[in-house]
Design a binder for this molecule. Structure first.
Ligand SMILES: O=C(CO)[C@H](O)[C@H](O)COP(=O)(O)O
Ligand SMILES: [Fe+2]
Length: 215
């Protein structure tokens, strides 16, 4: 299993310190929540933040693009140092093209589905994507409650992956803690994003250990 702390819940006034803390504690990726105030009703970071973070850590940057018109933003985030660009299926008219564009920029491409979006919407891109992010909350804010029904969605996605011998990683994001992680882990998720649980509910190292040890 891989743990991707979300800096959405870090202390923005001490961001480098918090990133160094989770890297030293064994984080596998760093999750960066980009929100444009249009696709979701909240506003966070742009490419300049990714560029600022890049020299501070050797962790892969997992950039979650909660933006309208993601294709327009892909080059700037790739140039800024993103390793993975995660594109919402709901945000583009041509998901296949967006995935191809991201990969042509030399980064891994992931697709994201909101809780209300069916897996059928992403079925045609599954043979070419590097990652699929199943949202386990409605996007826009940290600290929301996990939606238990999403475990079945992860299980169905994992079954499709196995049936077709596809190789994308399955990531879950939203409301992950040492209790809620169990159902999505059992369902076949590989990467677990956690923001508030890691940064605001205890020492990050101890919180990440709890995630790894959760049954
Ligand atoms: O994409 C997100 C919200 O849209 C965040 O990555 C997610 O909510 C993580 O925060 P938490 O673990 O506190 O739920
Ligand atoms: Fe996210």
């Amino acid at each position: 299993m891989k743990i991707a702390p979300s800096i959405l819940s870090a202390d923005f006034a001490h961001l480098a310190r918090d990133i160094e803390t989770v890297q030293a504690a064994g984080a596998d990726l760093l999750h960066v929540d980009v929100m444009d105030g249009h696709f979701v009703p909240n506003l966070t970071f742009g490419p300049s933040m990714v560029a600022a973070i890049r020299p501070v850590t050797s962790l892969p940057l997992d950039v979650h693009l909660m933006v309208s018109d993601p294709e327009a933003w892909l080059p700037a985030f790739a140039k800024a140092g993103a390793d993975k660009l995660l594109i919402h299926a709901e945000a583009t008219q041509n998901l296949y093209h967006a995935v191809q564009l991201a990969q042509s920029l030399g980064v891994q491409a992931g697709v994201v589905v909101n809780p209300g979006t069916s897996l059928t919407v992403i079925e045609e891109v599954l043979p070419i994507v590097d990652q699929v992010l199943v949202m386990t909350v409605n996007p826009g804010f940290g600290g929301q409650a996990f939606l238990p029904a999403m475990a079945d969605k992860v299980a169905r996605l994992a079954a499709m992956r196995q049936a077709h011998d596809w190789h994308f990683a399955i990531e879950v994001d939203g409301g992950i803690n040492d209790q809620t992680i169990s159902s999505v882990k059992a369902a076949g998720a590989d990467i677990f994003v956690a923001g508030s649980f890691v940064f605001t509910q205890g020492e990050p190292e101890a919180q990440m250990t709890k995630l790894r040890q959760a049954k």
